[in-house]
Design a protein around this ligand. Structure first.
Ligand SMILES: Cc1ncc(COP(=O)(O)OP(=O)(O)O)c(N)n1
Ligand SMILES: Cc1ncsc1CCOP(=O)(O)O
Ligand SMILES: [Mg+2]
Length: 206
């Protein structure tokens, strides 16, 4: 991975008609990574959204990733996969050495998968807290889980956390050792996505 990866505030999108406006505002507020996540979209729809979002992200020096879909991710800067998706090694082989590959951690045993860790650029502790945005998510790690993961991989791979994070608790997540916070609703459900992103940035890097 050769591009600069600013994981401090990481936006995972939810489908909405004004997505470009929300992303643009979030980028102005300091989001460094945007992940396009739309479970219902076809590859063709994702690719067309990537074509619109990528120039926006690049204008702000940010990274655009796609959830799960390697064909759409090939038009972006990389992909985020989970333990039930394509393996990070296969994602790396498909997208090449310059792509960003992120991997969700739902179980500490995943850290024994040396090949996966070598193929990844970052790990996402998922979820740190329960969240209505993803009710089917695995058991929450809590802050102790963030600490446990960071203790295992610190200095080797950056660690972010996702699930139930907002500007009030983001500082605690960073205090547990996370390099960044990933959010859906804290930005997408805000009346002011720019201010919401900026508040998260301050909480992570006071
Ligand atoms: C940054 C980040 N972390 C975790 C997830 C969840 O990924 P996954 O476990 O593959 O679940 P789905 O998003 O595919 O439902 C994520 N997308 N992004
Ligand atoms: C996609 C995803 N993966 C684990 S939790 C989650 C959703 C996080 O949403 P929110 O930031 O609104 O809690
Ligand atoms: Mg997935």
């Amino acid at each position: 991975m050769s591009r600069r990866l600013d994981l401090a505030v990481y936006l995972v999108t939810t489908p909405r008609p004004d997505l470009e406006t929300v992303v643009e505002q979030a980028l102005r507020g300091g989001v460094g990574v945007v992940q396009l996540r739309d479970k219902r979209a076809s590859t063709a729809q994702l690719r067309s959204q990537v074509a619109r979002l990528r120039p926006l992200c690049e204008a702000h020096g940010a990274t655009l990733l796609v959830d799960d879909d390697l064909a759409a991710a090939g038009l972006a800067h990389g992909v985020h996969v989970g333990p039930d998706d394509v393996h990070p090694v296969d994602a790396r082989l498909a997208l090449g050495p310059d792509a960003v590959v992120g991997w969700s951690l739902t179980d500490l045993a995943q850290l024994d998968d040396e090949a996966a860790l070598t193929a990844c650029d970052y790990l996402a502790v998922s979820p740190v807290w329960p969240t209505p945005t993803k009710p089917e998510a695995d058991a929450p790690w809590g802050l102790e889980g963030v600490r446990a993961v960071v203790a295992r991989v610190a200095g080797r791979l950056p660690v972010v956390a996702i699930g139930g994070i907002d500007a009030q608790n983001a500082g605690a997540v960073a205090g547990a050792g996370a390099d960044g916070v990933c959010v859906v609703s804290a930005i997408c459900a805000s009346q002011d996505p720019r201010a919401a992103a900026a508040a998260l940035r301050v909480a992570v890097n006071p």
